[in-house]
Ligand binder design. Structure first.
Ligand code: GUN
Ligand code: ZN
Length: 644
């Protein structure tokens, strides 16, 4: 297996490092398709790297193999010598030619051995290209034959191997094929999808990626064959695609088509200089339009490459910022077919949940389905559990955005049972105690800019209820919110147990927001702007005492125990178990195999990925016996509208 290392993520999209013999590929990455005959490749691979920042390429070993002069050079000087390029080179196997011409004149073992002889960094198994609408028996035979060849290829190759995932539109076959590829391949290359992309069948593409997803090994690098249009990169990355490859920059250029992340534009109709990229700034599009064909083609291909490269950078930034859903949604407005693809993603929300982060800095809606992102679906599902056994709840007839407004809310009871208040937010009615919790607390939707809803006044809402005017509501309210936030994260039993030992909450003087939870002057939990309780080391002790194992724990293998105790990050290789319900970004107790608390940390990997990822950090330590990392500085935003 390869050595993929995950560095940052947003949902299924990941920034990672994938080492190859000719250097590291930083993912997500676009591997432009280059023609193996340098005379037929308008932009040389070294130029792709130098001018466009595209550091790895893919070429066809099959074209080299069946072109004797190219094969002779490649056999003698290697594929890097043939291409004049010393960076990572992936070679494809000829399956696409099978799709285009109906057959290939090479066997799988011949082309695999050839890829080995020419020194490719990543060899691809000769798969059987299964057309999207192939009959089930044909698709099944294609999957079976592809995995047979992959098993054989793996046995014969020590270097990196890409194994295609086929199966057409059949979800079971896609899953089977993904599982088979995961046991043999370093790169899991989803194939047979070019006809879907050519016909803008993005909803079908989404269904293919959703079906394959649970069976794709997390340590595998996911490649999507033929993702050519920058409009589709964010969409593919959202589903966890690490590598795109495409010859579209060239094919589109031949037809005079300019690519943009928002869609395509034909150069023939260009009357205005709509692009100011480094190239179009130099030679305006209105001039490019009238250039002689070969020069025009090269210019457009270069513009296309620049746009593609920029979009990959934007995706990487969005992953770091936690805004992948926003970016993919914005791109989906480029074409209704892509919007249909996003809807299919929403219907497949289940595959996103295991790696859906605990929180993000922001939540901004962009399209009508934004309110159905995994973050919201998970919040609403947890809310159902949270509310059962609590209550009664009664809506507050206004949104108490200010501390003063909050103070005006009295404590009331119904039939002697304390009343809980809920407020109307864009996601629905939310218990007041949870109104700072992600994604509610930072949820920014157009509704936020409407006049605040007023369904009545407080006095009439209180009519007939026993209101305790004597009780200091603000104190009762703080206690109630402390209880609720502990229950939200750790369940009602833990919340009662900690209240019973006398924990108290403290609010920010400026914003009125709950900031920390203490016991006897010792801080047990911090609360950030995401509204989630984050334990200190002392808080970790309290959790360990009250929560039975394995809840909220990640178990550290003996070799790493001394390091974690000192506050060093826990690496994936040294995880020996843990609570499978934890998600990336969640705080967890790091314990040894006897459940001794070593540290408190925040998950980088999902529990299902730990131990499987060969490299990298699984959990970052935030607190240990002798040291606390200061909580992140939070912007104290009293209302989402103020975070603009
Ligand atoms: N290029 C585009 N689609 C495919 C595919 O399904 N398999 C292979 N090997 N290459 C491709
Ligand atoms: Zn341009």
């Amino acid at each position: 297996m390869g050595g993929f290392e995950l560095l940052a993520r947003d949902g299924l999209a990941r920034i990672g490092r994938f080492p190859t013999p000719h250097g590291v590929i930083e993912t997500p990455a676009l591997l432009p398709v280059v023609h193996p005959d340098p005379a037929r490749q308008p932009v040389a691979p070294t130029e792709l790297r130098r001018r466009f920042g595209l550091k790895a390429v893919i070429t066809s070993s099959y074209i080299i193999w069946r072109t004797p002069p190219l094969a002779a050079i490649a056999e003698e000087r290697g594929v890097h010598g043939l291409l004049g390029f010393d960076g990572p080179v992936m070679t494809d196997s000829g399956a696409f030619q099978q799709h285009a011409y109906g057959h290939v004149e090479v066997t799988d073992s011949q082309i695999l051995a050839f890829q080995g002889r020419i020194g490719t960094d990543i060899a691809t198994v000769l798969d059987v290209f299964v057309e999207p609408d192939a009959p089930r028996d044909v698709a099944e035979a294609g999957v079976r034959e592809t995995s047979r060849r992959a098993t054989q290829a793996r046995a014969g190759r020590a270097g990196l191997l890409a194994v295609p995932v086929q199966g057409g539109l059949d979800p079971d076959l896609r899953r089977q094929s993904a599982a088979a590829a995961s046991s043999t391949g370093d790169v899991l290359a989803v194939g047979g999808v070019v006809p879907l992309m050519e016909r803008y069948r993005f909803a079908d593409l989404a269904r293919v990626l959703i079906a394959a997803r649970p069976a794709l090994a997390p340590e595998g690098v996911v490649h999507l064959f033929g993702t050519g249009h920058p409009m589709t990169f964010a969409f593919a990355a959202l589903f966890g695609v690490d590598l795109f490859d495409s010859s579209a920059y060239l094919k589109f250029a031949r037809r005079g088509t300019l690519m943009f992340p928002e869609g395509s534009v034909s150069i023939d109709g260009i009357q205005e200089n709509i692009c100011r990229c480094a190239l179009c700034e130099h030679v305006p599009l209105t001039e490019v339009r009238d250039l002689p064909p070969p020069e025009r083609e090269t210019r457009i291909a270069e513009h296309n490459l620049l746009v593609c490269s920029e979009e990959v950078g934007r995706i990487r930034q969005a992953i770091r910022d936690g805004t992948m859903w926003e970016l993919a949604e914005r791109r989906s407005t480029g074409h209704p077919a892509l919007a249909a693809g996003m809807r299919a993603a929403i219907r497949g929300v289940r595959v996103f949940l295991p790696t859906e982060p605990e929180s993000r800095r922001a939540f901004r809606t962009t399209v009508v389905t934004s309110g159905l992102r995994p973050a919201v679906i998970r919040f609403l599902a947890r809310l159902d559990v949270f509310k059962s056994g609590r209550g009664p709840y009664k809506p507050i007839p206004f949104v108490p955005l200010t501390t003063a407004a909050l103070r005006s809310i009295p404590a009331a009871t119904i039939d002697g049972v304390p009343l809980f208040w809920e407020i109307l937010r864009p996601v629905g009615l939310v218990p007041l105690e949870l109104s700072d919790v992600y994604p509610v607390g930072c949820y920014l939707a157009p509704e936020e800019f409407d006049p605040p809803p007023r369904t009545g006044d407080l006095a009439s809402a209180l009519e007939g209820l026993p209101v305790d005017r004597e009780q200091d509501w603000s104190e009762a309210w703080t206690r109630r919110q402390v209880e609720a936030l502990l229950a939200w994260r750790y369940g009602p039993d833990l919340a009662s147990a900690l209240l019973a030992v006398g924990v108290v909450g403290f609010r920010s003087h400026r914003t009125g927001r709950l900031r920390r939870i203490e016991r006897d002057g010792t801080i047990l939990f911090h609360l950030g702007s995401e509204g989630i309780v984050r334990p200190t080391f002392e808080g970790g002790r309290a959790l360990r005492a009250h929560l039975p194992a394995p809840a909220n724990r990640i178990v550290v293998a003996p070799d790493a125990v001394p390091f974690v105790r000192e506050g060093r990050s826990l690496f994936s290789r040294f995880v020996s178990g843990g609570d499978r319900t934890l998600v990336p970004g969640a705080s967890a107790l790091l314990v040894d195999e006897s459940d001794v608390l070593l540290a408190v940390g925040r998950l980088v990997l999902a529990p299902g990925e730990m131990g499987r990822m060969p490299r990298g950090v699984a959990v970052e330590v935030t607190a240990h016996e002798r040291g606390e990392r200061a909580p992140e500085v939070e912007d104290e935003a009293p209302s989402p509208a103020a975070t603009l």
